[in-house]
Design a binder for this molecule. Structure first.
Ligand code: SF4
Ligand code: SF4
Length: 171
C-alpha cells in the first residue's frame, strides 16, 4: 500500500481493522532492540532479518515472503500478526509517521516536542483512521515519543551490534 500523508496535528480516533494492508510491500527497518525482542520471543534472526545497503551504512530490514511480499510474520490464515506483542517499533508507529522535514502536504505544520522540531503525518489510506467505534485516540505526543525512540535506537544499530547480539543470543 502507498502511504498517503495527511498532517497529524491533534488527537486522531483509531481502531485497527486488521486488514493487514500495512504488512505487505513495505520496507520495515529494524533496530537492534527490535531484533533482540523478537529473537527472545523464539524467532531466529536468520529467518526474519535482511540487509539493505544505504550509502555507507548497512540497514536491517524485516524479511518478506517471496510470493506476495508480505511480512514473514503475517499469518495468511488468520490475517494477524504472529508477533503482535513484540513487533518492531516501526509497526507500532504506523499508520503514523514522524519526519524531520516537511513533506509538502497542505495544512502541515511543525510539532515541537522535547526541544525537537518534528513533522507528523497519518496515512489516509489506512481504514483504521477515524474508523467507526474507535478504540483509542492517538495523540501527536505519543507518536513523537515513539519516533524519537526509533531514531535513537536506529542510529545505534550496526553490524558490530548485531554480531554482539548474536553472540549473546547463542550463550
Ligand atoms: S493499521 Fe490500518 S492498514 Fe494496518 S492493519 Fe490496521 S487498519 Fe489495516
Ligand atoms: S511484524 Fe507484524 S505488524 Fe509488522 S509488518 Fe509484520 S505482520 Fe505486520
Amino acid at each position: 500500500m502507498r502511504f498517503e500523508p495527511r498532517p497529524f496535528t491533534g488527537p486522531v480516533p483509531f481502531r485497527c481493522l486488521y486488514c493487514l494492508d500495512c504488512c505487505r510491500g513495505r520496507h520495515i527497518y529494524l533496530t537492534l532492540d527490535d531484533i533482540e525482542r523478537i529473537a527472545r520471543a523464539g524467532y531466529d534472526p536468520e529467518e526474519f532479518v535482511t540487509f539493505s545497503i544505504e550509502g555507507n551504512k548497512i540497514r536491517f530490514v524485516l524479511a518478506v515472503r517471496e510470493w506476495d511480499l508480505g511480512c514473514v510474520f503475517h499469518d495468511p490464515e488468520t490475517g494477524k500478526c504472529r508477533i503482535h506483542d513484540v513487533n518492531p517499533i516501526i509497526c507500532r508507529i504506523y499508520p503514523f509517521m514522524v519526519s524531520r522535514k516537511p513533506l509538502g502536504v497542505e495544512g502541515e505544520r511543525p510539532f515541537h516536542y522535547k526541544g525537537q522540531e518534528l513533522w507528523l503525518y497519518y496515512d489516509e489510506s489506512c481504514p483504521g483512521i477515524n474508523a467507526e467505534e474507535p478504540e483509542v485516540e492517538i495523540t501527536p505526543e505519543e507518536i513523537a515519543e515513539l519516533g524519537l525512540e526509533f531514531e535513537r535506537k536506529f542510529e545505534r544499530t550496526d553490524m558490530e551490534g548485531l554480531a554482539r547480539l548474536m553472540d549473546e543470543l547463542e550463550r
